[in-house]
Design a protein around this ligand. Structure first.
Ligand code: BG6
Length: 484
């Protein structure tokens, strides 16, 4: 019998993401038979009270997806158990270990990373870090390279690297995995995927939500550490990496880490030119007025809620191709996309020495709000015009377009894939220690550049695409963001 322990099992992440994911997996018959799920947290409550709380969290979510049924719930409820523990105390963890039985034990730390070090040490002492155990760590692990290494050293003291699963939930998103299928399951893209044909790449993660009540966490991290160090650099790696020899966890992660190593460091002198920090002031988002970040926080703060960066990858494939990344809170849309912008045609035969109305080809990989991959190409406008007229069309390459009758599959929570992989011990979609280390190294240089130049974030009105400087970052080079 295998066990999954959710440390922080009553917290926000567990209730909003992990337990609904487990319900969906169980509903679809994907959880290992006999798997026991044990919530472990500080609050003194009985297993019955915990199960009732889980139902309250899961049912509305499953109903909204049309996937609620009592039989599936009964199956999940029968797996659930709860134990009040002090996870930093080995004595308190021993009864938990006893409840897990002798099978594989996967522990998910959905708690503050400041506790990771003490918890793993206690787990080792309590026998929860044996060979049959795995540990899943939720981001952020640390707030810079130094603190990452401190925490990770404590983890490495208790667990072998093969037992450690560092989560980046973006890697669990369907379209992110589809990017791997698109690149390496087709022969037609790879020859174009380089600096001969690609002009630049854009990665945008826009959110309409503000920081709100999360400011005690967010104020320490900011957009650079909360989003760019992990989610956005992971996306960049998947776009830029060389073809791995297979999908073995280390083959894929070796290629990703090479990309991170090739990122050109951003020196303090460069920081002004290639980075933009912003913070939202009051404005209007989706028709509703929104307060400034400082107002939400209750006092002025220097934390950025928006960041835009030009990254350069110094290797043969990508030399001269800028990767522009931007992310922020309180932007006009919740939108996550990767744009591969191809170069213009070298010469137009349609105009008089000009390119006329030819738009350069663009591949847009949209992760949110829709999951779609589309390629824009030019074709002929129907008609008898003497001079041939062109028009851009969008070709959708996503799953939905081939089977006419196929209903779209339910959109899965990214944690479903990741929980399942962790339970099966497959670490391909998890971040290896050296990847996290390299990502922190690069991000630390950006943060140091900001500190030593005393860069205050620039204001942007809530509901806009960040400070004007973010547009200038591209327009200076004759380019512009896909969504403006
Ligand atoms: C989290 C960040 O990792 O990702 C949040 O801490 C952010 O600040 C969230 O809102 C975005 O995730 P998604 O899947 O909604 O794009």
């Amino acid at each position: 019998m295998a066990a999954l322990i959710l440390f922080g099992g009553g917290g926000d992440l567990a209730m909003r993401m992990l337990l609904p994911s487990l319900y969906f997996l169980d509903h679809d018959g994907l959880l290992p038979a006999g798997l026991k799920i044990i919530g472990a947290a500080r609050s003194e409550e009985t297993a019955e009270q915990y199960v009732a709380k889980v139902r309250e969290a899961v049912q509305p979510r499953a109903e909204a997806d049309g996937a609620w049924d009592e039989a599936s719930w009964a199956r999940l409820a029968a797996r659930l158990d709860y134990l009040a523990v002090d996870a930093t105390d080995p004595e308190s963890l021993k009864p938990l270990k006893a409840r897990c039985g002798d099978g594989e034990v996967t522990s998910f730390l959905a708690v503050s990373p400041s506790l990771f070090g003490r918890i793993v040490t206690a787990m080792k002492a309590a026998g929860l870090a044996e060979k049959n155990c795995r540990i899943v760590l939720e981001k952020p692990v640390g707030r810079d390279l130094k603190s990452f290494l401190e925490i990770d050293d404590a983890v490495a003291h208790a667990f072998d690297e093969r037992q450690v699963f560092r989560i980046d939930h973006y890697l669990g998103k369907e379209t992110v995995q589809n990017l791997i299928a698109l690149r390496f399951g087709n022969a037609i893209f790879e020859p174009l995927w380089n600096n001969l044909t690609v002009d630049h790449v854009q990665i945008t993660v826009g959110e309409t939500v503000g920081v709100g009540d999360r400011w005690p966490y967010y104020d320490e991290y900011g957009a650079l550490r909360d989003m760019l160090q992990n989610h956005m650099l992971q996306l960049l790696c998947l776009v830029a990496m060389e073809p791995p020899s297979d999908l073995d966890p280390d083959s894929v992660r070796n290629e990703k880490v090479k990309v991170l190593r090739s990122l050109r460091p951003i020196t303090p002198e460069e920081a002004d030119r290639v980075t933009v920090r912003g913070q939202y002031v009051a404005g209007v988002v989706e028709g509703e007025s929104a307060r400034s970040y400082d107002e939400e926080r209750g006092q002025p703060s220097d934390t950025e809620t928006f960041v835009a960066i030009r990254a350069d990858i110094d290797n043969w494939r990508w030399a001269g191709v800028p990767f522009f990344m931007r992310t922020g809170k309180r932007l006009p849309e919740k939108r996550t996309e990767i744009v591969i912008q191809f170069k213009p045609v070298p010469h137009s035969i349609f105009g008089h020495g000009e390119r006329g109305d030819i738009y350069d080809n663009r591949l847009v990989i949209e992760l949110q709000p829709e999951e779609d991959i589309s390629l824009s190409v030019m074709n002929k406008k129907p008609g008898l015009d003497q001079r041939m007229q062109l028009q851009p069309i969008q070709m959708s390459l996503s799953w939905g377009q081939d089977g006419k009758d196929a209903a779209p599959p339910r959109r899965r929570i990214a944690y479903e894939r990741l929980l399942l992989d962790a339970l099966h011990g497959d670490s391909t979609l998890f971040v290896r220690r050296d990847e996290a280390e390299q990502a922190w190294k690069w991000v630390d240089e950006v943060a140091d550049g900001w500190n030593c130049r005393d860069c205050r974030p620039l204001d942007y009105a809530a509901g806009t695409w960040g400070p004007e400087a973010a547009d200038l970052l591209l327009s200076r080079t004759g380019r512009k963001w896909n969504t403006q």
